[in-house]
Ligand binder design. Structure first.
Ligand SMILES: NC(=O)c1ccc[n+]([C@@H]2O[C@H](COP(=O)([O-])OP(=O)(O)OC[C@H]3O[C@@H](n4cnc5c(N)ncnc54)[C@H](O)[C@@H]3O)[C@@H](O)[C@H]2O)c1
Ligand SMILES: N[C@@H](CCC=O)C(=O)O
Length: 526
């Protein structure tokens, strides 16, 4: 069926998807219904999909509910290197036709995907509540971000295709010159489990709207959410082979695909360790390889909130707790450090401890504020860091396991932590906050800057000169003043960071699609 075409000029201006107010009975009932519907499908067998052909495998990934570990979310096919080779071949074959599909048609596919996802947003959020352990609002925000990425990148691709009209080249007598943006080729898209829909959708959408084809290797912790997204793309008309859904071991098929001579780019979001591994592997030139592989890597963070003595301390304490413990601190943007000037240190430490004590811990399906962490490995790692914290600081809240049939950990905070302590330097990626004291705001900013990362940060102050200083001196990709350091919105806060936080791709920004394309200049004598 021919789909209606759209052009950026004909489209309504981009607007962020509104978050759902679950205090409204209708929304609450809709979410409860969506969770029940998703749970009625637990234990499904999920296929890998290559060239549109679905395949189950003998060896499987077993996805479990981290909040109720005796619940199997799904049995997911586990791809082998042979499957990876097949997927690469399917993507290469599909590329020859997809690269010639008009920009408007590619953008339209994303717009249809956004519309369909919007109509089913609670279903997608319910999948994340169960498979990723997100509470309702965190899951709803993830789904909203996915919808935003689809709509924003559709419009951006149309705008990019009108580049000559919007930003004409410098004219020279006797020549007609134009610039156009070509796709790169076959890309490997590797998303994390913590934004299992938004980041998977964002990276995949950016790649295909530019005319590339994709081998999508989802996180083994959230493959069912990724499959729901893949299936949605098929439903809105994605041709076979444009995206190939390939769940499997990162170290096995991930390395294979990164090293493959026909892989043109890798779009990765995940840990520093894996990002650096991919970057190193991709830098090798395989036999018969004809290009430098492009790597887009968005990695970890050790983000912080700086508070001076002029700040609104209630607002700062609230933002520190929200930024540190939202989704159990499992965000690259999580404010896992608070750096507070000594004049107000004791007061804000007391406010933070009190706020943590009010957090509810429980099953994400019940919309408890604090749910489980991702899996057993994360659970053990975070508890180990809490033991480290006992030696590096003064425990002011939490400090151990929490009740529940899952990977529940108490939201935990340590005060009086030295700037070079491990819990001030290393990404814990869990509900653990380290608080350090500074003699003044400048020293606090020095402490903030002194990690190997550079992703997000917040500065709380009412002094305009100090705010100007902080805006200049705090070294991170997303810096916020007098608000929490998590929760970037597509188009509003382009997202990405410096140093070991990755290649600062600025997801949700105007420059992002350029990472998935290459510019061609043509010049004709008049
Ligand atoms: N900067 C950002 O925008 C951003 C966003 C979300 C998460 N993160 C970071 O991601 C991490 C948490 O996510 P995670 O636990 O999924 O990270 P991870 O690095 O363990 O895994 C990320 C993805 O890489 C895959 N993978 C693992 N080894 C691989 C290999 N050798 N080759 C190819 N792929 C491989 C995994 O299967 C997964 O799909 C944290 O460090 C967090 O800070 C960063
Ligand atoms: N973009 C998200 C973080 C993604 C990483 O986990 C935020 O801004 O909170």
């Amino acid at each position: 069926m021919a789909h209606p075409r759209s052009r950026s000029a004909d489209l309504p201006a981009f607007a962020n998807e509104p978050f759902t107010d679950f205090t409204l009975p209708g929304n609450k009932a809709a979410m409860e219904g969506a969770i029940a519907a998703f749970k009625s499908k637990l234990g499904r067998h999920i296929p890998l999909t290559i060239g549109g052909r679905r395949t189950l495998t003998e060896e499987r990934i077993v996805s479990i509910n981290p909040g109720k570990t005796d619940e199997i979310v799904g049995y997911v096919a586990k791809a082998t290197r042979e499957h990876a080779e097949e997927a690469m071949s399917a993507a290469l074959e599909a590329f020859e036709s997809w690269k010639r599909v008009g920009v408007e048609e590619r953008a339209d596919l994303l717009l249809r995907a956004a519309a369909l996802m919007r109509s089913r947003k609670h279903a997608f959020s319910a999948a994340m509540v169960v498979e990723a352990g997100k509470n309702w609002s965190e899951a709803d925000a993830d789904t909203a971000e996915a919808i935003d990425f689809l709509g924003f990148y559709a419009r951006e691709m149309l705008r990019l295709s009108e580049a000559n009209a919007l930003r004409p080249l410098v004219r020279t007598p006797g020549e007609n010159n134009r610039i156009e943006y070509l796709p790169l080729g076959v890309g490997v898209v590797v998303p994390p489990w913590n934004f299992p829909l938004a980041i998977c959708a964002g990276m995949t959408a950016a790649a295909i709207v530019c005319g590339n084809t994709v081998v999508l290797k989802p996180s083994s912790l959230t493959p069912v959410v990724a499959y729901e997204f893949y299936s949605l793309l098929e439903e809105v008309g994605l041709p076979p082979g444009v995206v190939n859904f390939l769940p499997g071991s990162g170290a096995d098929i991930g390395d294979y695909l990164t090293a493959h001579p026909r892989t043109r780019f890798v779009s990765f979001t995940g840990s520093k360790e894996v990002g650096l591994r991919i970057n190193k592997l991709a830098a090798e030139t395989a036999e018969d390889q004809r290009w430098i592989k492009r790597v887009i890597a968005e990695m970890g963070g050790k983000d912080g909130v700086v508070v001076d003595e002029t700040a609104d301390l209630d607002a700062a304490a609230s933002a520190i707790v929200a930024g540190a413990f939202g989704f159990q601190g499992q965000k690259c943007s999580a404010g896992s450090r608070a750096i507070v000037v000594e004049q107000v240190y004791d007061e804000i430490v007391g406010k933070i401890a009190a706020a943590i004590g009010k957090l509810t811990i429980g099953l994400p399906e019940t919309n408890a504020q604090i749910g489980p962490v991702a899996d057993r490995r994360a659970y053990d790692k975070i508890l180990d860091y809490i033991d480290v914290g006992r030696a590096e600081g003064r425990l002011i809240a939490g400090g151990g396991k929490a009740e529940g049939n899952g990977y529940y950990i108490e939201p935990t905070a340590f005060a009086d932590v030295a700037p070079q302590a491990r819990i001030m330097q290393e990404e814990i990626f869990g509900p653990v906050l380290a608080i350090a004291k500074a003699k003044d705001y400048k020293e606090a900013i020095e402490i903030f800057n002194d990690t190997e990362y550079g992703l997000t940060g917040s500065f709380f102050s009412k002094d305009e000169d100090r705010i100007a200083y902080a805006l200049e001196e705090m070294f991170c990709g997303n810096l916020y003043v007098n608000r929490k350091c998590t929760g970037a919105l597509v188009g509003v806060h382009p997202f990405g960071g410096f140093n070991m936080s990755g290649t600062d791709s600025k997801a949700g920004g105007y420059d992002y699609l350029l990472l998935f394309a290459q510019a061609k200049l043509t010049s004709r004598r008049r």
